[in-house]
Ligand binder design. Structure first.
Ligand SMILES: [Zn+2]
Length: 205
């Protein structure tokens, strides 16, 4: 199968799975004991999903896929750092995964905290600003908050979250030579998504 075609087929598979999930018709495929035995020795996931740690954003559920289907990398606010790059590069370079999805989501706590921090909307959460590890999250997510700031607009969180997805997609390609090469050769496609928790629908960006 031509590589660009493979990415499109996979994307369609994710679209269909998300539609089943969002409409309450999930099939929970490839999750049996039999599948587990088949997968014991080796894996060949068909997509990478970089998303948030949020408990409501489980990609296998959101895309109605099974064991061994998705290689998932999760950090608060789905930003890119060295560890994230290592996970994505492992999938793309070694397992030749044709599709990488960066997926943000509605009511993201990491984005909300960063937005509050940047805009001084609310009192800082005790201990959070002093946390070295959360300082990294603020640093990574704040450019998206700043670039989408608009006074008196209620949609800031959503816009910032979507801008942050675009920033992470750019960072994957800018900070990894091998990922940029895979994209340039058409071996792997990189796409953004926004998961709305209430509706269950992933909007492709
Ligand atoms: Zn989140």
């Amino acid at each position: 199968m031509p590589l660009a075609h493979a990415a499109d087929v996979v994307l369609e598979r994710l679209r269909e799975g998300n539609e089943r999930f969002a409409t309450g018709n999930a099939e929970h495929p490839r999750q049996s004991a039999n599948r587990r035995e088949q997968m014991a020795e080796t894996q060949s996931p068909f997509a990478v999903v970089l998303t948030c740690v949020d408990s409501r954003v489980a990609p296998e559920m959101v895309f109605d896929q099974g064991m061994g289907d998705l290689l998932i990398v999760r950090v608060p606010g789905n930003y890119v750092d060295e560890s994230v790059l290592a996970g994505v590069e492992f999938a793309v370079n070694i397992m030749k995964v044709p599709l990488v999805v960066v997926m943000g989501h509605s009511n993201c706590g990491a984005m909300q905290l960063t937005l509050a921090d940047v805009t001084h909307m609310s009192e800082p959460v005790p201990g959070l600003r002093e946390s070295r590890s959360f300082g990294i999250v603020f640093r990574k997510l704040s450019p998206a908050v700043r670039s989408t700031a608009h006074p008196s607009d209620e949609g800031h969180l959503r816009r910032a979250t979507q801008a942050n997805v675009a920033n992470s997609l750019r960072a994957l390609l800018a900070e990894s030579f091998s990922l940029a090469e895979a994209a340039r050769r058409g071996q792997t496609k990189f796409v953004g998504g926004y998961f709305d928790i209430a509706s269950g629908v992933v909007e492709w960006l």
